[in-house]
Design a protein around this ligand. Structure first.
Ligand code: SAJ
Length: 433
């Protein structure tokens, strides 16, 4: 199939890089978003998200004349839905006395609805948003069929999960293997023709529900592996073992690759997607459920560690370094670091937070300070919550020159080389007694 014009619905972390990359590879692309502010920012040459290399690609896409933005889709050869699928904050499901989170599919529903008036015979529609199994067939197809056209007969429908790592999106978009699950073989092949525009990695064709499962399995696998690392950190503290040393030794086994413990699992993928499986079959997802619980409880263990270092937190001044959900990104969504700050405050501490990637972030109830010096100045203790390169390369001398405190709490093994202790600091590390 030949594609000349496509619409990409949703201009977030996945949609914008995808739309821009198609455009720089010669496709006419209409980027669609319901948020007027995002459209305005893009029209004025700005960017609403931070991702290395994104500015260059977006600028090139716009300058080429191939990328325009709009608040609604237009007639096109293909439509890609890349809208968020978070979970509901205010309602849960329940199974066997355990409560689980429910996927909020409203953005997918409304994106699919917006395609209906412009859907034509022979078009391809691809859902990229992470979704519970059978969403493509059970939710998207019936909506699109309101056009009077039949899915798999009059138009192609496929699911192709985004699998790029925030921080490396532009490279991974092109180089990663791409899974395309069609509701028919022809739909999968049409998807391959579309993504072959820029994908250099292998393109693997399958059916839509398998592709949905693949995506959920990948992130659930990672969540469970982080959960075991977090549980190992708790056990190591109990037994007087340094978990970081133990992991590095265990990982010399040729078939062992334990991940890193930390303050918890954040972001909009790994801390969310496993719930889509639990929701779909809670009676079959007990391990997945437990891993989610272990990771969600991890901020509590960080709180305990800070109390161990500083005693009663009432009135204590704490400098919290890093608020993003993981190193070297500006994304604060579902961040365990933010959760830790809130818990410290609830325990009575006065926290100043520092996020070098988003110094102007505005989080209700959290005092984010732009200047590191001001954050550290009068602190009673410093908590390292994210292993940002900029933070873990701060030297003991730099820190000592900015503050009187010598108490450090390191939740990510960022300051683990022994130089801080040698410089007279007391270092409390997660997973070390
Ligand atoms: N984390 C740990 N310990 C580790 C690794 C990660 O605590 O050893 C934490 C991070 O700090 C972060 C969270 O886990 O809070 C998730 O970070 P991540 O880097 O593992 O993953 P994401 O959410 O940024 O991206 C994941 C990727 N999925 C997999 O690696 C299987 C990415 O490829 C997906 O495209 C993305 O989810 C997505 O959009 O689904």
């Amino acid at each position: 199939m030949i594609f000349e014009k496509i619409c990409v619905l949703g201009l977030g972390y996945i949609g914008l890089p995808t739309a821009s990359t198609f455009a720089t590879h010669g496709m006419h692309v209409v980027g669609v978003d319901v948020n007027q502010q995002i459209l305005e920012t893009l029209r004025n040459g700005g960017l609403h998200i931070h991702e290395p290399g994104l500015r260059t690609v977006v600028e090139a896409a716009i300058q080429s004349g191939n990328l325009s933005v709009s608040d609604r889709p237009e007639e096109s050869d293909a439509f890609i839905i890349a809208v968020p699928t978070p979970f509901y904050g205010d309602k849960n499901g329940e199974y066997d006395g355990k409560s689980y989170k429910l996927a909020d599919m409203r953005a997918v529903t409304s994106a699919a609805n917006s395609i209906v008036p412009v859907l034509r015979k022979g078009n391809l529609v691809v859902l990229e948003s992470t979704s519970p199994p059978r969403t493509t067939l059970g939710l998207v197809a019936p909506i699109l069929e309101r056009s009077g056209l039949k899915a798999g007969v009059d138009f192609h429908l496929a699911y192709s999960p985004e699998r790029v790592l925030p921080g490396q999106i532009l490279r991974e978009l092109i180089e990663n293997a791409r899974v395309i699950g069609g509701i028919t073989t022809q739909a999968a092949q049409a998807g391959r023709d579309l993504y072959a525009t820029f994908v250099k990695g292998e393109i693997i064709l399958t059916d839509a529900t398998t592709a949905e499962m693949v995506k959920l399995m990948e992130n659930t696998y990672r969540d469970i592996n982080i959960a075991i690392a977090n549980e190992f950190s708790r056990l190591s503290e109990r037994f007087g073992v340094d978990v970081w040393e133990a992991i590095s030794i265990a990982n010399r086994h040729p078939r062992v690759k334990i991940l890193n413990p930390g303050p918890g699992v954040g972001g909009h993928c790994i801390s969310v997607d496993p719930w889509f499986l639990v929701e779909s079959a809670p009676e079959l997802s007990q391990l997945i459920y437990m891993a989610r619980k272990v990771n969600d409880n991890q901020p509590q263990f960080v709180l305990e560690l800070v109390k161990k270092a500083l005693g009663d937190l009432k009135g204590k001044k704490i400098a919290a370094l890093g608020l993003a959900y993981k190193p070297d990104v500006d994304d604060l969504r579902e961040s365990p670091a933010v959760e830790v700050v809130r818990m410290l405050q609830e325990a009575g501490a006065i926290v100043k937070a520092y996020e070098p990637f988003k110094p102007d972030a505005n989080l209700p109830g959290i005092n984010i300070v732009k200047d590191l010096k001001n954050v550290l100045l009068d602190a009673n203790g410093i908590v390292l919550l994210v292993n940002h390169h900029k933070l873990c390369t701060l030297s003991p001398q730099e820190i000592a020159s900015l503050t009187g405190t010598r108490i450090l709490i390191d939740t990510v093994n960022g300051w683990g080389s022994g130089e801080f202790e040698a410089a007279g600091f007391r270092l409390f590390k997660l997973g070390v007694n």
